[in-house]
Design a protein around this ligand. Structure first.
Ligand SMILES: [Zn+2]
Length: 94
């Protein structure tokens, strides 16, 4: 099972992600990355360059849960399609 989630910034930028773990765990990880400067480079760059490193501009929300019923590649393809669907409707993360 996957959770597809969105990280929304108050400036209108957003990032769609997915995780096999719980959303709470993933959010914790993102916040730790911002503090430590490791991983999530796009997110870190954005928060640092646009908001002076203050991550309170971000909010997180779960979009949907994807049941892992499809096999390997099909599943991956479908997740990419979902990604694109979300991204089409808004501005890309910059
Ligand atoms: Zn922003």
């Amino acid at each position: 099972m996957y959770v597809v989630y969105v990280i929304l910034c108050r400036c209108g930028a957003f990032y769609i992600g997915k995780t096999k773990r719980t959303l709470v765990e993933r959010v914790r990880e993102h916040m730790a990355s911002i503090r430590s400067g490791r991983s999530c480079p796009r997110l870190i760059d954005h928060v640092r360059s646009r908001h002076g490193g203050n991550s309170t501009c971000l909010s997180f929300a779960g979009l949907e849960t994807v049941v892992e019923s499809l096999r390997g590649e099909d599943r991956h393809k479908r997740l990419l399609q979902r990604d694109n669907t979300y991204k089409r409707d808004g501005s890309a993360w910059t």
